[in-house]
Design a binder for this molecule. Structure first.
Ligand code: SAM
Length: 278
């Protein structure tokens, strides 16, 4: 890790808050994240945000191949030095959020995503994997502890929300470890946790689009009942909303956050079967 600190100093690297640059340098923690992700010599790993290459190096030791995105071009000389010995790593200096997922996945084949995520883009990055990815087998990410709790929440808790339901459509999530803020440089204002989302075995639905519609609508205003949120969405009237919720077995006056992912799936199937959502 001295090599990484040395390279950052040599190129006068200035940490940029706007890109969520809180780097890790504990080798035991980095290896533990790679283990959590289940990376082995057959695995292609996709990393979002290489930083100075600390996690990239840990991934490189175990993976068949690592493709690491980094938005900050000033890290180019740093990474050239810290990853010089890693011949299974490809660094792509582009904004991951602007990347064409279909093209990227065609190149990668099956893969797992692993990242110490830049906090300012945690949700959009996660949503790309949850909604667009076709070849991803799982996502293991360091996120703020509060977000970790949301990803793994149960229904009818304050942490449960649209992103929890989105995870349940794809698979299952659990926290593999908590990471105190003191482990990062510079030190952020919050503690973090590593979450592993394993893809496969999510709730079964007739239309993913209808499920996403039901979830989006249910959480569009947390203060409103599900009936009121449904009303007006996709041209649904009050009587129609009442009837659909009755058919789905949703009690009158229920709010979205009380519905389990399985209940959202049931509601989505009814909306889909009745041609109210495609
Ligand atoms: N992986 C390194 C580590 O664990 O030490 C760095 C993690 S740091 C929290 C997040 C990194 O993501 C930063 O280097 C930042 O520049 C990069 N980043 C931020 N937004 C990005 C984006 N949209 N696409 C690619 N990289 C991004």
């Amino acid at each position: 890790m001295e090599e990484i600190k040395g390279a950052l100093a040599k190129y006068n690297f200035a940490f940029k808050k706007k890109w969520g640059q809180n780097f890790l340098d504990d080798p035991n923690l980095l290896d533990a994240i790679v283990r959590d992700a289940g990376v082995d010599s057959e695995t292609t790993a996709l990393e979002i945000g290489a930083g100075a290459g600390a996690l990239t190096r840990a991934l490189s030791k175990h993976a068949k191949k690592v493709v690491a995105y980094e938005i900050d071009r000033t890290l180019e000389p740093v990474l050239a030095e810290t990853l010089a010995a890693c011949d299974n790593v490809e660094v792509v200096f582009r904004d991951f959020l602007r990347e064409d997922m279909a093209r990227l996945e065609a190149e990668l084949g099956g893969y797992v995503a692993v990242a110490n995520l830049p906090y300012y883009v945690t949700t959009p990055v996660m949503m790309r994997f949850l909604e667009e990815a076709k070849m991803c087998r799982g996502v293991t990410v360091m996120v703020q502890e509060e977000v970790a709790l949301r990803l793994c929440a149960r229904e009818d808790t304050p942490e449960y929300g649209a992103i929890t339901a989105a995870v349940a459509l794809k698979g299952t999530a659990h926290i593999t470890r908590k990471v105190p803020r003191a482990m990062f440089t510079p030190r952020p204002n919050v503690d973090s946790a590593v979450v592993k989302v394993t893809f496969g075995g999510g709730v079964a639905v007739k239309s993913e689009n209808a499920y996403r519609f039901a979830v989006r609508t249910a959480f569009s205003s947390r203060r409103k009942t599900l009936e009121n949120n449904l009303m007006g969405a996709a041209g649904i009237g009050r009587e129609e909303a009442k009837e659909v919720l009755r058919a789905a077995g949703v009690p009158e006056g229920a709010r979205g956050e009380t519905l389990s992912p399985a209940a959202f799936a049931c509601l989505a199937d009814i909306l889909y079967e009745r041609g109210m959502v495609k």
